[in-house]
Design a protein around this ligand. Structure first.
Ligand SMILES: NC(=O)c1ccc[n+]([C@@H]2O[C@H](COP(=O)([O-])OP(=O)(O)OC[C@H]3O[C@@H](n4cnc5c(N)ncnc54)[C@H](OP(=O)(O)O)[C@@H]3O)[C@@H](O)[C@H]2O)c1
Length: 290
């Protein structure tokens, strides 16, 4: 049996593979990566990771991606709007192979999440339940890096612009979520099966607090500018963000204002056995590498 990570050449997937390879309880040679681009995964192969080449858009390529008894992490795809058939193809292949566990990275709130971006995750969880596969749902809250990857315009304009009002975000670092995924793939057999984890950071912060923290660490004044949703949409599209994606970002901010991403259950800290990474730490890392 292998521990298999899809999307292993992505940002989260690479961190999951790092966590697995660093775990002394994981037998050498037991980590496999499902990737669509072999060249992009060359460094993983050099580290002893078995490569299984497959594309979610071509179900026939998934036929050899999994084997009986594998513990599989399906990292949700990055092509919003295409993900339900893509994930369905992975679920079908995992079912046909007889995997021992299918862990899936969904979204905080699971079936109760009420924002547009959650729809494909909800449908995917339903498909997994209908498949009868032994599952673990990793319902990820927001990555801190969603914000810190965007520091350049914040510093250039001295402003964090959003339509999230005073809503709070219980974010954690990608590495925290990756460590949680590695934990559920490596625990004693059966420990995490049939479980749904609501994963988020230990502390929730507002956009105003985020702006103040960036300002303090960068040594300059950064304001939070809360704007109406329509204005935010215009600003994003004016900056070159494609309209459909800009609309999703605006909808996410509305969800933040409602408190949908402020939920704190402690599941993430419990799974990783340590506190989650504070937003200030992730801001500091981003500023240091800017
Ligand atoms: N919780 C959050 O805050 C948050 C934020 C952003 C995204 N997400 C979700 O979490 C996922 C992981 O995040 P991330 O930052 O690691 O995203 P990412 O860096 O874009 O990684 C996505 C991975 O999916 C792979 N992939 C996409 N389409 C595929 C296909 N047709 N066949 C096979 N593989 C495919 C990509 O392969 P390549 O390496 O070949 O491109 C990549 O490895 C995202 O895909 C998205 O669903 C969550």
């Amino acid at each position: 049996m292998s521990i298999v990570v899809t999307g292993a050449t992505g940002q989260l997937g690479r961190l999951v593979v790092d966590a697995l390879l660093a775990d002394p309880t994981v037998p050498a040679g037991s980590v496999a990566a499902v990737v669509r681009n072999k060249e992009k995964a060359a460094d993983l192969a050099e580290r002893g990771v078995e490569l299984r080449i497959a594309d979610y858009n071509r179900p026939e390529t998934l036929a050899d991606a999994f084997a009986a008894g594998d513990r599989v992490l399906l990292i949700s795809g990055s092509e919003v709007g295409q993900r339900v058939p893509q994930h369905a193809a992975v679920i079908d292949a995992a079912k046909a192979a007889g995997v021992a566990q299918l862990a899936y990275t969904g979204v905080l709130g699971g079936p109760d999440a009420d924002f547009d971006l959650a729809a494909e995750h909800k449908e995917t969880e339903a498909l997994i339940l209908a498949s009868g596969l032994p599952y673990t749902f990793l319902r990820n809250g927001w990555y801190s890096e969603n914000y810190t990857a965007n520091l350049a315009p914040v510093l250039a304009h001295g402003a964090v612009v959003a339509n999230a009002g005073e809503g709070r975000v219980a974010s954690a670092s990608r590495a925290d979520y990756a460590a949680a995924a590695a934990a559920v793939l490596t625990g004693p057999a059966g420990e995490h099966l049939g479980r749904a984890y609501e994963l988020s950071g230990d502390e929730a912060w507002s956009l105003a607090e985020y702006a103040a923290e960036v300002g303090a660490r960068a040594g300059r004044e950064i304001a939070y500018t809360n704007v109406p949703a329509e204005t935010h949409l215009e600003i994003l599209t004016g900056a070159g963000v494609p309209e459909p994606f800009a609309a999703i970002l605006v909808d996410v901010d509305k969800a933040i204002e409602r408190g949908a991403l402020a939920v704190r259950t402690g599941d993430l800290a419990r799974l990783i056995g340590r506190p989650t990474t504070p937003i200030g730490t992730t801001i500091g890392e981003a500023l240091a590498s800017a």
